[in-house]
Ligand binder design. Structure first.
Ligand SMILES: [Zn+2]
Ligand SMILES: [Zn+2]
Length: 259
């Protein structure tokens, strides 16, 4: 049995297609003995709910300061799951400048304004039109771009089927950049993903690269549920030392962050 005290990847109703509030997610995490959860709602032109003006509703992402850091005794890391939008690994709104805003944000893109104010950031591919059906070379470049982005802590669900990439290169880059590769329990809904996850985890174990194990819960009931991912890791005798979300302290230390 692994010790995993943080679920770094969970969604709330602010994602538009998830069902629970921060309070409900934190309560579930507390009941399961977790120290922390990542509140990583979607951030991207296609992933957010659509507002009255027909554009993505990013409102909650700008209002993180309205939330307490600790809810029901659980540290809630204010984060986001940002879309990878092209084969260079650029992230959502990387080229969109805000026409107004405080001086401290002048010259920054909308993407950077959001990312630099997060405790945790996951970059994921959600089949954005600019990066569908890529070749191995294209997908590898795309993931390398995301891994090398200094704001990104975690490469989200890289084991989803249909996105082949060069695992050796990605694992090497993750090691250099201290970016975590995600073993996402939700991915195991697709049986073909298990094999991809196993291959990636074996390489991470060989190279001494840290992973995070996450639920990607879209309702509170699944927060802290990583049974399938953990069973696969146990099967291959994946070392506990390489699970970054063993504790909040370990995650923060490995990423040079303060929670
Ligand atoms: Zn995702
Ligand atoms: Zn997610």
């Amino acid at each position: 049995m692994y010790q995993i005290k943080v679920d770094p990847h969970t969604h709330t109703i602010a994602s538009g297609h998830a069902f629970s509030t921060i309070g409900e997610n934190a309560m579930e995490a507390h009941g399961k003995g977790l120290e922390g959860i990542g509140m990583t709602d979607h951030f991207g032109p296609m992933s957010n709910p659509i507002g009255n003006d027909g554009r993505p509703d990013l409102g909650p992402l700008f209002n993180i300061a309205a939330l307490p850091k600790v809810v029901h005794g659980v540290r809630v890391l204010a984060g986001c799951e940002i879309d990878i939008i092209d084969f260079k690994g650029n992230l959502a709104f990387h080229d969109f400048r805000m026409p107004f805003g405080p001086d401290k944000d002048k010259g920054l893109s909308l993407g950077e304004i959001i990312l630099r104010n997060r405790d945790i950031a996951i970059a994921s591919l959600h089949m954005f039109p600019g990066c569908r059906d890529g070749s191995i070379v294209q997908n590898t470049e795309m993931y390398l771009g995301a891994i090398r982005n200094p704001y990104i802590d975690i490469l989200g669900h890289p084991c989803r089927p249909g996105v082949p990439f060069d695992m050796d290169e990605i694992v090497r880059a993750a090691k250099e950049e201290h970016t975590f590769l995600e073993i996402n329990d939700h991915t195991f809904d697709t049986p073909a993903a298990t094999d991809n996850c196993r291959k990636l985890a074996v390489k991470c174990a060989e190279e001494g690269v840290h992973v995070v194990v996450s639920s990607d819960a879209h309702s509170a009931f699944f927060v802290g549920e990583f049974g399938r991912a953990a069973a696969m890791l146990e099967e291959i005798h994946f070392p506990q030392e390489l699970i970054a979300n063993e504790s909040l302290e370990k995650m923060a230390r490995l990423r040079g962050r303060t929670y």
